[in-house]
Ligand binder design. Structure first.
Ligand SMILES: [Zn+2]
Length: 161
């Protein structure tokens, strides 16, 4: 399995999500030593839980599976640039590499909680300065899951606006 294979799995997870209004179709796969240890999609609306992002749910699955809270050596694949919460959680989890598809500039601003802070800069400025970041893998395929920067999302699907 290559990075692209894992990202395609994340895209498949995103498509499986029950994305009702206000829910973003985000998929995430966690890989350790060449094995998929967790895969999840956004379930914020389904669970009525603002922290139920795909990345967080994948980390919870990994913790339950591995019986520990840190996953050094793990690679996190996400269809969209991780938000501040998931970036921070990745640092706490000791994840070694983050690979994401759609970049911030490719999607509507409503997918991000902050106007100015870019989570990539945030990750680079973290004390854990050895986390590798790879942006834009299958970027166009991933971006097609989301509203674009110029789109006008329906009112009941808007977030952060
Ligand atoms: Zn997130």
């Amino acid at each position: 399995m290559t990075d692209k294979d894992y990202m395609r799995l994340a895209i498949e997870m995103a498509r499986q999500g029950d994305c009702a209004s206000k829910c973003s179709p985000i998929g995430c796969v966690l890989v350790l030593d060449g094995a998929v240890i967790a895969q999840a999609h956004n379930e914020v609306e389904h669970r009525c839980d603002p922290t139920a992002h795909a990345e967080i749910l994948a980390m919870r699955q990994a913790g339950a599976h591995l019986r520990r809270s840190r996953f050094p050596g793990a690679v996190l694949y996400s269809t969209l640039q991780p938000c501040g919460m998931c970036s921070m959680a990745s640092i706490w989890a000791g994840i070694s590499r983050i690979v994401y598809g759609a970049e911030r500039h490719q999607v509507h601003q409503m997918y991000f909680e902050d106007r100015d802070l870019d989570t990539v800069d945030f990750l680079r400025d973290a004390y854990k300065d050895d986390v590798q970041i790879e942006a834009g893998l299958l970027g166009e395929e991933c971006a097609a899951l989301y509203y674009g920067p110029q789109d006008d999302p329906p009112a009941d699907e808007q977030a952060n606006l």
